[in-house]
Design a protein. Structure first.
Length: 550
């Protein structure tokens, strides 16, 4: 007997009936009730046993209007809203966590898990570890969505009721006509809008406001009603939430001139966590009529991550390496990134830079700001035209300017009296040798490192390795403009950028550096770099005025 036939036989013994070849319906418990409750469930065995069965709640005590009667304390149900008719809502029972194909996971096991689920809900007692985060008892299958950030929640934190301005996609009417940009979205009724189309809604706050510009979508204005439900409001289903909203708030104050009413409702949900649901209601909902229409919107939350690096990081040079560092700092949620580079992004940079071809001919710093700002949630990204301004505003500098002459000019001219940490980073051809040097008022200067690299046995060894490795590699290829090129070692360049950001992150947490230089040696075919590291004391041949390293 195969698995499917066996489970059907076992469920039949437990009182279930076969509806079709993969669906069975039955009562739980088989006989009697639990604390006055018995349920009817539907078990769908598609792709059993490799996929867990889908289990749907069909009735409670022979009542089928589940959207109204499910007890407000019941948990581990997924509510699936497929249409504007709430009576068509499906409720999926979540009781088969961590499913895997096994002889033990048979019909008796499935029935037992459903019975345990019902018992736990009836007694409001759950086994330790069973309170896992699942789908909320809210709609999920909507073609339209709202992008909701924590900044919207903060705005209504102190208010039970209010409104916010929102940009939204242009509606398409059922007649096929696109709406005019002269009217707001609330000027159109649910009944006349074609909601088989997908629409997006962007609150005029934070990153959500940027999204409408990023996507370059033609938008109109609209206004959402925002409600914060008291903690003592209990509900389980979407319909029950709607009744709490309609019966406890004076919604008529929002005017009879509108034809539709978009909502954001905030409430304490699973395990006391703040959650949100959004929908658009028609006039009948506002008027308290028994029959009404609502269109659920899928809520996509914009992350509210804490800052990882609470510093203003100045980047002096945003070429191939500097642009990688900037991108990583942006992804890492840095307080502020300040960009400075006087060079123009040219075709020679393509493929070795965070920027793409549409930025050709634009200043690198300005172009990189324009690119990163649209993926930045909380990080402030700015540019400065002068190095003086960069020096003034930064907590820490990262210098990646590309040529040794430029490093020397910056180190021994512009930054000679700079009293904050500086991270210098460069790489040899083919990324055979990568160097990160950190100077502070307590360490030697860049020249002290140069002198150290001629005397430290390990650094001498690394430089000799570089010369030997490069001697076996092909020389530069020159294009018809005379520009030199070598075979790309981009993955090693990215590695160096990650190490720079790791050093910054360490300083952000510890307020000090554990070493003052990190050097990485790569054989051409190496997968992992060989590192060396150490500190930089003031060199006795250098005339810099520094404190001794402690």
């Amino acid at each position: 007997m195969d698995n499917l036939m066996q489970i059907k036989a076992e469920l039949t013994e437990l009182g279930f009936c076969l509806v079709d070849k993969e669906t069975m319906v039955g009562k739980v418990p088989k006989n009697g009730d639990l604390n006055g409750f018995f349920i009817e469930v539907e078990i769908i065995l598609t792709d059993f046993p490799y996929n867990s069965p889908n289990i749907f709640l069909k009735a409670i005590n022979n009542e089928y209007n589940l959207y109204e009667i499910i007890p407000d304390k019941w948990k581990h149900l997924d509510e699936l809203v497929y249409s504007e008719d709430i009576e068509n809502t499906l409720f999926s029972i979540c009781c088969l966590h961590n499913w895997k194909a096994s002889d033990e996971h048979n019909g008796v096991f499935i029935y037992g898990r459903i019975l345990d689920w019902l018992r736990s809900n009836c007694e409001d007692k759950w086994e330790e570890g069973s309170e896992v985060q699942g789908w909320r008892m809210m709609p999920h299958f909507s073609t339209s969505k709202i992008y909701l950030g924590y900044d919207v929640i903060k705005e209504v934190k102190a208010k039970a009721i209010g409104t916010i301005k929102v940009k939204q996609s242009m509606y398409i009417l059922k007649s096929g006509k696109k709406v005019s940009g002269k009217k707001e979205g609330t000027a159109y009724s649910i009944e006349e809008v074609d909601f088989s189309q997908s629409y997006s809604f962007y609150p005029n706050h934070g990153f959500a406001k940027k999204l409408s510009m990023i996507r370059q979508e033609e938008c109109i204005d609209t206004e959402f009603i925002v409600l914060r439900l008291p903690q003592n409001y209990k509900f389980t289903t979407f319909y029950q939430l709607l009744m709490k909203v309609r019966n406890n708030f004076n919604l008529k104050i929002f005017g009879s001139q509108k034809k539709s009413f978009p909502f954001i409702v905030l409430y304490k949900g699973f395990l006391g966590k703040l959650e949100a649901v959004s929908f658009i209601a028609n006039q009948k909902f506002i008027e308290g009529k028994e029959k009404f229409i609502v269109k659920p919107l899928k809520v996509e939350s914009i992350p509210n991550r804490p800052l990882s690096i609470d510093l203003k990081i100045g980047l002096y040079g945003v070429g191939s390496l500097g642009s990688q560092v900037a991108s990583l700092l942006n992804d890492k949620q840095t307080k502020e990134i300040i960009l400075h580079d006087n060079q123009i992004f040219s075709s020679d940079n393509l493929g070795h830079h965070e920027l793409t071809g549409n930025f050709l001919g634009v200043n690198k710093a300005i172009a990189l700001q324009n690119k990163l700002i649209f993926s930045s949630i909380d990080t402030k990204i700015s540019t400065v035209a002068s190095s003086d301004k960069l020096i003034e505003e930064s907590d820490l500098l990262v210098v990646t300017v590309g040529s040794s002459q430029e490093y020397d000019r910056i180190a021994f001219n512009e930054l000679i009296n700079y009293n904050k940490p500086i991270i210098w980073a460069w790489t040899s051809p083919y990324n055979v040798l990568q160097e990160i040097v950190i100077t502070t008022p307590k360490t030697g200067c860049l020249n002290c490192y140069y002198q150290l690299s001629k005397e430290n046995d390990r650094l001498i060894q690394f430089n000799e390795f570089k010369d030997i490795e490069l001697s076996g590699l092909s020389s530069y290829n020159y294009d018809f403009c005379g520009e030199p090129h070598t075979e790309s070692q981009w993955e090693k360049n990215v590695f160096l950028a990650t190490q720079i950001v790791s050093v910054i992150n360490y300083f952000n947490r510890k307020k000090e550096f554990n070493f003052n230089y990190f050097v990485f040696a790569w054989g051409f075919n190496d997968i992992i770099a060989t590192p060396t590291m150490g500190n930089i004391p003031k060199h006795n041949l250098c005339n810099c005025i520094r404190g001794n390293y402690e």
